[in-house]
Design a protein around this ligand. Structure first.
Ligand code: AMP
Length: 397
């Protein structure tokens, strides 16, 4: 892996693709700065080598050119605090201003460029646009794992203008090393926990896991497609009828390969999709009409906990229930706690995918697992065995 530690940045200008796509409130204040904080070690390494840094990112989804609410200038003050130094800002990511400011950078200085997606050329992967970005610097560093599955100008195309001077930043290399730990040479037993709303969005990852995991735990809304596929009565619970056959195929493939697949036997059911609903425990395959399952039940929590605590490698993607509502968070919380316990006992645990990350943060357990991935779509595609264009662009010469 071409990591940042293999380059001496002394006297060099580094162009870093960061993921500063952070949420802002109505006053343009940052409400969650995790992505910015995560990039600090990469920036610091270059500055302490005696290099200078040019940061480029997207923010939000601007439609037609510049939009005030998506300007990266709103991030500048906070970034200066995080880096403990003034950060310069160029009001355009290419053009005269950016070129002049980049050209004048002294060692130790940091320049933040305006939102890349103010140009359609960014998401189109336009080569001329990528070349203009490349002209700003001597070295290219990709530290935006969350967009590594996109062949955009700043994530992929730009790399070709730095054939001898490109590398991954620390976020990227940590992500890749951590995901590789659940993809190859895994310590056994390997338990994969897949939840969330839909089977349809997790098919590829489940199929990939059938080659790797020893035990597969299924929870969340998608469990009801599996339960119905086996003839269960699921009331009004979430179900994808088009995927009943797929669910059956997954179960028989798992059986044929000797993988134990765990589907909840009990559930917390509710008479409406609401935190004020009436609730009760029920067997998961005998839910009355008009009621719907919104969390896994006590027996499943106990059984899944035992399986997880015995694991040596754990992948968790997707919540066990509607954890955003306090009445239905118990299953997801218990699974998170079991993962923490297993990690304390020496297991490697990777939490990935937007909603399981939100869940582990909600429970305050994010520091007690081995790795929390920052990349939703990128993580899934990498796990499915796809080659990420942003990764390939750095690795190929
Ligand atoms: P995903 O993005 O596919 O991982 O799905 C995450 C979403 O699934 C979360 O917002 C959960 O509230 C939702 N979810 C989990 N369990 C259920 C369930 N039993 N019924 C409906 N939605 C669920």
């Amino acid at each position: 892996m071409k990591t940042i530690d293999s380059i001496d940045f002394s006297g060099k200008r580094a162009l870093i693709r960061v993921d500063f796509n952070v949420p802002l409130n109505d006053q343009f204040q940052i409400t969650d700065d995790n992505r910015m904080r995560a990039a600090v070690p990469t920036i610091e390494k270059i500055l302490s080598d005696g290099g200078s840094v040019i940061l480029m990112s997207h923010l939000g989804r601007p439609k037609e050119g510049p939009e005030e609410k998506f300007s990266l200038k709103h991030l500048n003050g906070h970034l200066s605090k995080l880096l403990n130094r003034d950060v310069l800002f160029a009001g355009d990511c290419i053009g005269d201003e950016a070129r002049e400011m980049a050209g004048k950078l002294e060692p130790g200085q940091v320049l933040l460029l305006e939102n890349l997606r103010f140009y359609k050329e960014e998401t189109k992967g336009d080569e001329a646009f990528a070349k203009k970005l490349a002209e700003l610097a001597d070295v290219y560093v990709n530290d935006a794992f969350g967009t590594a599955h996109r062949a955009h100008a700043s994530t992929t195309i730009v790399a070709k203008f730095f054939p001898e001077a490109k590398c991954f930043g620390y976020i990227m290399s940590n992500e890749l090393a951590s995901i590789d730990k659940v993809l190859s040479d895994t310590k056994k037993p390997y338990v994969a926990i897949i939840g969330g709303a839909k089977v349809s969005s997790k098919i590829d990852i489940i199929e990939n896991l059938l080659d790797k995991a020893d035990e597969l735990i299924i929870g969340g809304g998608m469990m009801f497609t599996f339960i119905k596929a086996q003839g269960g009565k699921i009331g009004n619970s979430m179900c994808e009828d088009d995927y009943l056959e797929t669910a059956r195929q997954i179960m028989s493939a798992a059986k044929a390969r000797g993988i134990r697949i765990h589907i909840p036997a009990d559930a917390i059911i509710a008479d409406s999709f609401s935190n004020d609903a009436n609730t009760r425990e029920s067997s998961a395959d005998n839910i009355p009409n008009e009621w719907l399952g919104l969390d896994i039940g006590k027996n499943s929590i106990k059984k899944f906990g035992d399986v997880i605590e015995n694991a040596k490698t754990i992948l968790w993607n997707g919540p066990m229930g509607v954890f955003e509502m306090s009445k239905f968070e118990e299953g997801t919380r218990s699974i998170a706690e079991a993962i923490v316990k297993a990690t304390r006992n020496g297991a490697f645990s990777l939490i990935g995918g937007g909603d399981s990350v939100a869940a582990i943060n909600q429970f305050g357990l994010q520091d007690q697992v081995s790795y929390v991935s920052t990349g939703g779509g990128a993580l899934l595609e990498y796990m499915e065995g796809k080659i990420l264009p942003g990764v390939k662009a750095i690795e190929e010469s």
